[in-house]
Design a protein around this ligand. Structure first.
Ligand code: K7E
Ligand code: CUA
Length: 686
């Protein structure tokens, strides 16, 4: 082998691969022969250096292959964006694949100082206020984010918007992917906890928010002794207005459901477009009370061999809601359970056993349920469900909801292992299911039109890859669309245990990247990424070229909350301080390396409205702004105009300054706010 160092780029790549192949052999032989390598003489000096590094670091040939699959040189961009829920952080993470580099955290339900989210800037204060207040009247300042959903066009991610739910408070958020900022929070008006959200219909007309723990809809008190009569489940369909980039609560509605605990949902697509599938747990309607001698929830809610998958005719339900055939609860239109039954909007299908995930295959034909207390996945056929609805059934639950015959609609059951939770898909006719108790990812083959895509017989377990440890969700590239990619899978593990250096009793979560590009039994783990900020649940992965965010805001004076120029924004050359009685308005601009004005003189007791426009047009020329002691911090990105308000309650001298190291003279980018004491102020007026 001859290495040509002046070769062209493709040649260099070939050379590099040859080096790696040689290296793999070399390391094995090094280990066998205690450093006496027979192939070592054949490769050039640089390669021996690599070999020495690998040796010193104890890297195996597999490690090196994995490194080459994920290593992303400085300056090179990733192939995919992964959007992950941030769990208890209430935020969303943005991660590049295959490098697994965390690129951004998007502030959603929780104030975030760097982005100036919830520290005075009016737009973000308004967004957080939309999320409602806590029981003590204070703002809610966290969320338990679970399931992000990218907007879709024709069943494919279109890269325009991202939605995510807050399970703790039954809220949704809308994030605009032009600037990766949260634009809207919506509080569910009839229930307190959600879990089955967010899921998008194939053209994002509807964002699905399923509930979780049954309660009296509308939050009114009722004794738990009245559980079966006064407590309800629900599913809410939020209408998304794509032109406005906002959920339109006026055009949204909910359906009342029995007080089972509805868990996850998925939207139909292609053949099943217009239908929605949600599973449920606790069809036993256990109400707990272990302290009174009752069975505890975890066993009380796990008695039945079958729970009930909810099959909902969304298309028809939307017509029923539009026709006004609803009841208002807290001024929100709700289709009652009786109406849902009478109009044929709701059917049940038995599903084993305390299931967790429900996932629709890319062709829309099959619905996969994973029962966490059953070692199988159960697959239902949409065709058969439609036929069974057509035939009709006399079987109902105690609330009168028709139950379809399990055998008539079940297509297949595949035994995978212990604790199956969630399922994703690829482009080779495989499905991937997380096995929580086995701590593994199972690859299994689909039937139907997917059968021809691989050599494995339909509906069979193909292989399992162990993951570290106790996987919850998994996500494949473009995995919820009509055309998944089949390149990468990320295993979202609940426990890290020994994977990272110790950091005390609270350990990070562990995201693991798997290469699923080869068929059959080959499905290696490539990389571990610790997540230090909450327990993410679900994520979605989209091709990088589908996302085209703005470099800088389109025009100077931009208001990100209206996505338009704010006519009242401070303008260069028109900076000023205007007083009207006790109201003071400050019009300020920011550019490297000064604020104009640099002195703001006001009086104690003034109400201050302060506008700042970043008049920069250069990429990444962000300025931050803080007034110490007033808990004000804003981030002003190029072109952005921000406004914040406060009462000048504390007199004294306040040095405001830029908080982003923006230039060599960044430390000089400051000014003084002088707040004259009120007694001397009145003295001055006299
Ligand atoms: Cu954690 Cu989707 Cu909320 Cu399963 S859910 S793990
Ligand atoms: Cu602007 Cu530092």
């Amino acid at each position: 082998m001859r290495l040509n160092r002046s070769s062209t780029r493709p040649l260099m790549l070939v050379t590099a691969l040859m080096i790696l192949a040689a290296l793999a052999v070399l390391i094995v032989s090094c280990r066998d022969n205690a450093g006496q390598s027979s192939t070592g003489a054949q490769v050039a000096g640089a390669t021996e250096d690599i070999n020495a590094i690998a040796e010193a670091r104890g890297l195996t040939p597999t490690d090196i292959a994995n490194a080459v699959k994920t290593y992303t040189p400085s300056g090179r961009h990733d192939e995919y964006y992964l959007f992950a829920s941030g769990g208890q952080s209430g935020q969303v993470y943005v991660i590049g694949l295959p490098s697994m580099r965390i690129i951004k955290q998007i502030a959603v339900f929780t104030p975030e100082p760097w982005q100036g989210y919830g520290y005075g800037e009016q737009g973000t204060m308004d967004v957080l206020a939309q999320g409602g207040t806590a029981a003590n009247g204070n703002p809610l300042t966290w969320g338990d984010t679970h399931h992000p959903a990218l907007s879709e066009t024709g069943g494919d991610y279109d890269g325009q918007f991202l939605f995510i739910n807050d399970k703790a408070n039954a809220r949704l958020a809308v994030i605009d992917l032009r600037d990766f900022e949260t634009k809207q929070l919506v509080k569910n008006p009839i229930t307190l906890s959600d879990h089955g959200g967010t899921f998008s219909t194939p053209n994002t007309e509807w964002i699905i928010e399923g509930g979780q723990y049954a309660m009296p809809l509308g939050f009114e008190y009722s004794s738990i002794a009245n559980y079966e009569t006064d407590y309800q489940g629900m599913i809410t369909f939020w209408h998304f207005d794509r032109d406005k980039g906002r959920i339109d609560p006026e055009a949204s509605f909910a359906i009342e459901l029995p007080p089972y605990w509805q868990d996850l949902c998925d939207s139909g697509k292609l053949v099943s477009d217009g239908w929605v599938f949600c599973n449920s747990i606790n069809t036993e309607m256990a109400t707990g009370g272990v302290e009174l001698g009752n069975p505890p929830f975890e066993s009380g809610a796990s008695q039945n061999d079958m729970d009930l998958m909810h099959v909902i005719n969304l298309k028809k339900a939307a017509e029923v809601a539009a026709a006004g055939n609803t009841t208002d609860i807290n001024n929100f239109p709700v289709i009652t359970l009786d109406t849902a039954i009478a109009e044929g909007l709701l059917y049940f299908i038995p599903e084993p056993k305390s299931p967790h995930g429900v996932d629709v295959t890319p062709d829309g034909e099959f619905i996969v349920i994973a029962g966490k207390l059953d070692p199988h996945v159960t697959v239902y056929s949409f065709d058969k469900i439609m036929a069974a609805i057509e035939t009709g059934t006399s079987d109902t639950d105690q609330f009168g909801v028709p139950i379809l015959d399990f055998d008539a609609v079940m297509e297949a059951q595949v035994e995978l292992g212990l604790g199956p939770l969630h399922t994703q898909f690829d482009n080779k006719g495989y499905a991937y299911t997380s096995l929580f108790l086995d701590s593994a990812v199972a690859r299994w083959s689909l039937g139907g039109s997917f059968d021809e895509l691989n050599d494995d017989p339909p509906w069979t377990l193909v292989t399992k890859t162990p993951v570290q440890y106790n996987i919850g969700h998994l996500v494949t590239a473009e995995g919820d669309t009509v055309s998944p990619d089949g390149t990468y899978l990320v295993s979202m593990n609940k426990w890290a245990v020994d994977r990272f250096m110790p950091v005390g009793p609270l350990l990070p979560q562990n995201f693991q990247l798997l290469d699923i590009s080869a068929p059959g039994a080959n499905m290696p783990v490539l990389y571990d990424l610790p997540i230090p900020d909450g327990e993410p649940h679900y994520a979605q992965i989209i091709k990088a070229d589908k996302i085209s965010p703005w470099d800088v805001y389109p025009e100077v004076g931009w208001n990100p909350h209206t996505q338009a120029v704010n006519p009242d924004a401070a303008k260069q050359g028109e900076e000023r301080i205007v007083r009207d009685g006790n109201n003071v308005e400050v019009y300020m601009t920011a550019i490297r390396s000064h604020f104009t004005p640099e002195r703001v003189e006001i009086r104690e007791g003034d109400h201050v409205t302060w506008h700042i426009t970043n008049i920069e047009r250069a990429l990444d020329a962000t300025h931050g702004f803080t007034i110490p002691a007033y808990n004000i911090h804003v981030s002003i990105e190029p072109g952005e105009a921000v406004t914040f308000e406060f009462d000048a309650t504390q007199n004294g001298v306040f040095s405001y300054y830029c908080t982003e190291f923006c230039s060599a003279l960044h430390l000089e980018m400051m000014g003084y706010m002088l707040v004259e004491p009120s007694d001397s102020a009145s003295a001055a007026t006299d």
